[in-house]
Design a protein around this ligand. Sequence first.
Ligand SMILES: C[S@@+](CC[C@H](N)C(=O)[O-])C[C@H]1O[C@@H](n2cnc3c(N)ncnc32)[C@H](O)[C@@H]1O
Length: 271
Amino acid sequence: MLFVEMICPNQYAKTNGLQRKNVEDTSKKYMKNMVWKSNEIILDIGCGPGDITSDILYPLLKNKINQLIAVDKSLEMVKYAKKRYGCSKMDFKVLDIENANDCSFYSNKFTKIFSFFCLHWVHNKVDSLRNMNLMLKSDGEMLLNYLFINPIVELYKLMDEEWNKYIKDVKQTSHVSYSLDELREIIIKAGFRIINLESSVKKYTYSDLPSLLNTFKAVDDVYNFLPQDLHDKYAAHVKEKVCQTQMIEISPITGRTTLMYIPITVHAIKD
Ligand SMILES: C[S@@+](CC[C@H](N)C(=O)[O-])C[C@H]1O[C@@H](n2cnc3c(N)ncnc32)[C@H](O)[C@@H]1O
């Protein structure tokens, strides 16, 4: 089975304006409601290139923490993040949240878990939530923020037949999407008490369509399998399909391009 893995840290970090805005708003809103002690030990799951961990999460946490460990299953991302942002209180490690072995190393270690824009890439959410529970101390809190519908996976479903051989594995790996009620149930089964679970349609405006397409490209794993000489043709096809969907609106006057997206935010406590 092929797993979607974003392997270009630099490109991702240049195109993640939507993610940065969301993480900042969500963290500020929810951290106020968390119970804070001194010497917190924090985990950030799916940190990617680490810029959000370092620029947004760390400044909000630095007076409260002993240690912030940020993890990602991509070695490339972790190497990039560690080199740029590693410091005495903030470290970056490779960890696959779906892998119980990886996670058992951190049993009962963390007082808080954060995860931003990662869970919509995770295939087995049931195991991942159990692993998060395992790694939290009791009374520890978690804040998850991710996309209810993964726009890239939706896009793959619309692509013409000729691209199937490059995206077939991605398409076959069914990204099970849970309804909010199902999600509530699996979070509770994993051993959490839900404080808040919310989801609503949001909009983010890019300066133009190419900027939005660059954001998509930065997380589109198909480029890692596509022969170089097909990149432009594939990009043109993606553009055509994106424009046919209801997910964007382009201003006919300014060209500014608005993306509709649906984040889910979960704040829960290990019972
Ligand atoms: C879109 S990036 C998010 C980066 C950052 N947290 C942000 O908010 O911009 C998603 C990251 O999740 C990572 N990821 C996907 N599946 C994962 C898993 N099973 N375990 C750990 N990390 C995973 C990917 O490698 C990728 O770097």
